[in-house]
Design a protein around this ligand. Structure first.
Ligand code: GKR
Ligand code: MG
Length: 439
């Protein structure tokens, strides 16, 4: 009996060790996006994502999601076939292949910021992270365990997200935008109405206002109005580096007692450091610390006290765990950034956040702004402001192939190939240009 048990254990070990990738599919999709305003301009009517399916020799499929902009899609597409034959457990082999292929890439460096926080220099990480999540999902499905177990296990069984408010136009501004339930938000009263609607539906307990759009005092008035309407919620404001140092210091003084943290008020590590010295208000970033080099310099200058992690550009789930440890070592807090995304990314963010003790802030998510989904059963539920983990294997979600095909068709017919909020704004305001900081 013992001998049979040992033999079958050994053979299943061998099966796992030789569990090869038999196919990899990368499908670009376009998802409807509302006219959300930011420092760069306005969101286009579609956001781009890449959906990754990694098929194992056991027939199981691991899922991943990452950016869908042309440089990312190009590198994903060029790497994917070289992964066939690799062990689903060989994440270092995967990294080596992505790095090798990216060295052959001649992507022109993007000088202009196309959207706030768009990181042209994090291409390799954005591609690796999409595959890494799919590999980990396949590993976990093969083992019959939730993905979080591969990250060391869950330290919490639900992950809190924040209500991510945007100034926005009504869809009627252009027939290309699909109608959305929120309508226009261009003043404090409409921002409060947006928050009420979102919080009523999802139960969020923290609120983030995307700022850098209207004159800073009007945006500070919106925070004051939110504080009056939601006295017990944590509040954040994020002008995406669109305020000068004096403006940032002045607004910090107005909002000192209202904010949980001040996110990217002004450009650059040096600028952020000056604002912190003058105000003492905790500062967070997803713009000035997006690599290990930046982190080192930020520690030297004390520019930011909270890093917004994002596995899509920090190099995957495991690299983001390392970032968490590093932040902890330097006494820095950790939160989480997002860009327009669907449920596979949301679940990857959730499994990651559930595994990190140090992640004590509610995470950002654009998910309430997305009406499209490619998952069986539709959208991932957000209840009481949280996404709950389940005991389903892997990420815990399944792909609906018919919905994937529809959104791939949307990609084929939409004109967008790389996100550009600046040129989209120029459609409405021909004289619009990138000025940083604008206020
Ligand atoms: O979706 O407009 C947006 C955001 O401004 C996004 O581009 C940022 O990367 O959400 C991000 C942020 O926190 O800066
Ligand atoms: Mg930000």
């Amino acid at each position: 009996m013992t001998i049979i048990g040992a033999t079958s254990l050994m053979s299943s070990k061998i099966e796992l060790a030789t569990m090869k990738i038999s196919a990899v599919r990368v499908t670009p999709i376009a998802i409807k996006d509302p006219a959300l305003l930011n420092a760069a301009g306005v969101h286009e009517p579609f956001g781009l994502r890449s959906i990754i399916e990694v098929v194992g020799a056991n027939g199981m499929v691991g899922l991943g999601e990452t950016y869908g902009d042309a440089p990312v899609l190009d590198l994903l597409t060029r790497v994917k076939d070289s992964l066939v034959g690799l062990s689903a457990f060989d994440l270092n082999g995967l990294l080596g292949m992505v790095i090798a292929e990216s060295k052959l890439t001649k992507t022109a460096h993007i000088e202009m910021e196309l959207a706030p926080g768009s990181m042209g220099d994090n291409l390799t990480s954005s591609v690796f992270s999409g595959f890494e999540v799919a590999f980990l999902d396949l590993q976990a499905r093969t083992l019959g365990i939730p993905l979080v177990e591969l990250l060391g296990g869950a330290v919490r069984n639900k992950v809190a997200y924040s209500a991510y408010l945007f100034y926005k136009w009504d869809a009627s501004v252009d027939p290309e935008y699909a109608p959305d339930p929120y309508g226009e938000a261009v003043n404090p009263a409409q921002i409060v109405a947006q928050a009420k609607k979102m919080i009523e539906q999802y139960g969020f307990e923290s609120i983030k206002l995307k700022a850098g759009v209207f004159p800073p005092d009007e945006e500070a008035d919106a925070i004051k109005a939110l504080k009056a309407a939601f006295p017990n919620h944590q509040l954040r404001i994020d002008p995406n580096g669109n305020w000068s140092i004096p403006t940032s210091i002045r607004i910090a003084k107005r909002l000192a007692n209202d904010l949980e943290y001040y996110e990217d008020p002004t450009p650059g590590l040096e600028g952020m450091s000056e604002v912190y010295k003058a105000t003492g208000l905790l500062q967070a970033t997803n713009m000035v610390v997006t690599s290990w080099d930046h982190l080192k310099r930020s520690v030297e200058l004390n520019s930011v006290q909270i890093v917004l992690s994002d596995h899509h550009y920090w190099g995957g789930l495991r690299a983001t765990q390392a970032l968490a440890r590093t932040c902890q070592a330097f006494g820095m807090g950790l939160s989480m950034h997002s860009n327009s995304h669907l449920g596979i990314s949301l679940m990857a963010m959730t499994h990651l956040a559930a595994s990190v003790h140090h992640l004590t802030y509610a995470c950002d998510t654009h998910y309430p702004w997305q009406s499209d989904e490619i998952l069986v059963g539709g959208k991932v539920p957000i209840v009481g402001g949280c996404v709950h983990l389940t005991d389903k294997p892997g990420l815990g979600v399944e792909l609906d192939q018919a919905k994937l095909a529809d959104l791939h068709q949307a990609f084929l017919t939409c004109r967008i190939r790389t996100r550009n909020d600046v040129t989209q704004m120029q459609k409405f305001r021909p004289d619009w240009s990138t000025v940083k900081p604008r206020f």
